[in-house]
Design a protein around this ligand. Structure first.
Ligand code: ADP
Length: 584
């Protein structure tokens, strides 16, 4: 009973009867050599062999789960994705879920690992939450190796003459210490590492300069893992990563540092998606990383391709609200993959609608404000403006979405009726789903609505074509998707914009926005549908390897902070059995 037990207790109970990887493999019709077991309950899938064997098999239906602007607690997108997989399973559909791997940052901080919740989860929970098969470790090793190469090269160029460098087969790169673009990564929310000085000590202790850490999942290597087609594509992309500029303002890449091959060497195994399962035993592939506010934040192109070949339905998820998660799924991921979605789900909760309609903003780790326990149809109706905005965004992609009301047992009939009425008036399908409380049996209305929606023809189209100049593209996203009046730039961002627009290679690159997920605007305190505002772009990063430019709006940082009452305080191990307690 999820009203009485924590998510990890439910997961632990279900894990006592879960399928082993060989049973999952049989369900998926895999060949022996396509399954690479990591213990009994997790496996990697050899994507290359599977895609090769299934190349003539038609793809299944492609379903993306996105949401309204969430509260800081999350609105159950992962829970709905798992619930939908379970609901389709109950309807005897062949289905595979595809979700991102969690990051150690939120797992040890406030939000948890987001494996779903209640009776709709991805298991086994402990490996899911604590590093799985090591993909993020591989990313950290690959990425930080690039930084080791860069910083040691700067030291050697400072200490050696041109002749001494030539003896070692090196030509001076003349890296500008103030134009280093690359930084270090670690998979925690470590605010103390946002601004650091490195190379303190003597001249043998490294080049002395300002540096920084970002959270691992925001790394360009993670972005590359999310969009790469195969190993060859990944190797090429890693070789194009711009780590710095030289004193003449020319880009310095990992190829200039002779490190791209070794960085890719760390990533060979990580390209294979991970096989897991729902609480009810449907297969789920887990690949790439979260955080659609600062990264792509969704399962990889490879994982989705594999899932589409192995089942009739692939339910994938694009993090946070449709303004950032779905926008990236739509204009970045689908552009890279060439895949077209058949259906998009917008998840809404009564609590988030109340929050957008005027209720106090809930704070993670503190009791819910008591207003949420009482019926308030007025707040729900007012909050529906945010939901309707996201419905319109999905429609701009040419898809008529399915709204999933992720039911909490505290919601009232009048509140739910109000949402149904307003969404139906906007022409969207609506389904109430009780998967959190009842698993797949609670998600049948939801599953049926998605099956119906998948049969409908859609007119999927991008918001912009790649020949749209960068400034125009950012404006389109800001106005059409966020509802801004326009965009402003800091002088630094404007200078970078001009440099990028002068570079012909930029034409081929997508746009991956960095923005708060807690508002349609850049300001997390503005709820509902903010009006009369301008999107402030303060920086534009270049991820030349991944193939995107990354405009950064507002105060958001690529290194989140750990709060004063984080989850790690409640995590421990049973020293007799080795079982981990308290991760969620
Ligand atoms: P998101 O993917 O949108 O961030 P999650 O699926 O991770 O959200 O859910 C966030 C939290 O909310 C989880 O702890 C989950 O157990 C809880 N939750 C989700 N759906 C419900 C529900 N219907 N009733 C109660 N709690 C829920």
């Amino acid at each position: 009973d999820p009203t009485k037990h924590a998510d990890w207790e439910i997961a632990e109970e279900a894990e006592s009867r879960m399928k082993d990887v060989f049973e999952l493999s049989e369900m998926l019709g895999l060949q022996k050599e396509e399954l690479l077991p990591h213990g009994h309950y997790v496996a990697k899938l050899d994507y290359r062999k599977i895609l090769d064997r299934c190349k003539d098999k038609p793809d299944g239906k492609y379903v993306d789960v996105t949401a309204i602007t969430p509260t800081p607690l999350g609105e159950g997108k992962s829970t709905c994705a798992m619930g939908l997989v379970q609901g389709l399973g109950k309807r005897n559909k062949s289905v595979v879920g595809a979700i991102r791997q969690p990051s150690g940052g939120p797992t040890m901080n406030i939000k948890g690992s987001a494996a779903g919740g209640g009776l709709a989860q991805c298991i086994p929970l402990t490996p899911f939450s604590l590093g799985l098969t090591g993909d993020i470790n591989a990313i950290m090793n690959a990425h930080n190796l690039g930084m080791v190469a860069l910083t040691s090269r700067m030291q050697h160029e400072a200490n050696y003459t041109d002749e001494q460098l030539a003896k070692r087969g090196l030509k001076r790169l003349d890296i500008h210490p103030k134009k280093v673009e690359f930084n270090w990564i670690i998979d925690y929310c470590a605010q103390a590492l946002r601004n650091i000085t490195i190379g303190q000590g003597g001249k043998m202790d490294g080049f002395n300069m300002q540096s920084s850490f970002a959270i691992a999942v925001s790394s360009e290597i993670m972005a590359i893992l999310s969009v790469a087609k195969d190993l060859k594509d990944m190797r090429e992309r890693i070789g194009k990563i711009v780590v710095a500029y030289d004193k003449q303002d020319r880009p310095i890449t990992t190829t200039d540092l002779d490190v791209a091959g070794a960085m890719t060497a760390w990533m060979v195994e990580a390209l294979n998606p991970n096989l897991m399962q729902t609480l009810e035993g449907q297969p789920v592939v887990v690949h790439a990383g979260p955080f659609a506010n600062i990264a792509i934040g969704q399962s990889s192109v490879i994982a989705d391709r594999v899932a589409l070949k192995l089942a009739d339905y692939n339910v994938t998820e694009s993090g946070f609200g449709a303004d950032i998660g779905f926008e990236k799924f739509w204009n970045l991921k689908c552009r890279y993959s060439g895949l077209k979605p058949h259906c998009a789900v917008v998840v809404a909760t009564i609590r988030a609608l109340k929050c957008h309609g005027g209720a106090p903003i809930p704070v993670p780790g503190r009791p819910m404000p008591e207003e949420y326990g009482k019926e308030n149809v007025g707040w729900v109706e007012e909050g529906c403006k945010n939901l309707l905005h996201h419905i319109e965004t999905v429609k701009k992609a040419g898809i008529n979405p399915v709204v999933c009301i992720n039911a909490f047992y505290t919601d009232t009939d009048n509140e739910i009726k109000a949402v149904r009425r307003l969404c139906e008036a906007a022409g969207a399908r609506v389904a109430l789903s009780r998967h959190w409380e009842h698993g797949g049996d609670g998600a049948l209305e939801f599953a049926d609505a998605v099956v119906d929606a998948c049969e409908e023809e859609n007119d999927f189209r991008f918001l912009y074509e790649l020949d749209t100049p960068l400034e125009k593209r950012i404006e389109l996203i800001a106005k059409e998707v966020y509802g801004a009046d326009g965009v402003s730039y800091t002088p630094d961002a404007k200078a970078k914009l001009k440099r990028m627009e002068a570079d012909p290679e930029m034409k081929e690159m997508g746009t991956c926005m960095v923005k708060s997920h807690l508002s349609l605007s850049h300001d997390p305190t503005l709820k509902g549908v903010p009006k009369g505002w301008t999107l402030p772009v303060r920086d534009i990063l270049t991820y030349k390897g991944a193939g995107f430019v990354v405009p950064v709006a507002g105060a958001i940082s690529l290194m989140p902070g750990t709060a004063s009452d984080p989850a790690y305080r409640r995590i421990d191990v049973d020293v007799e059995t080795g079982k981990v307690k308290g991760v969620f």
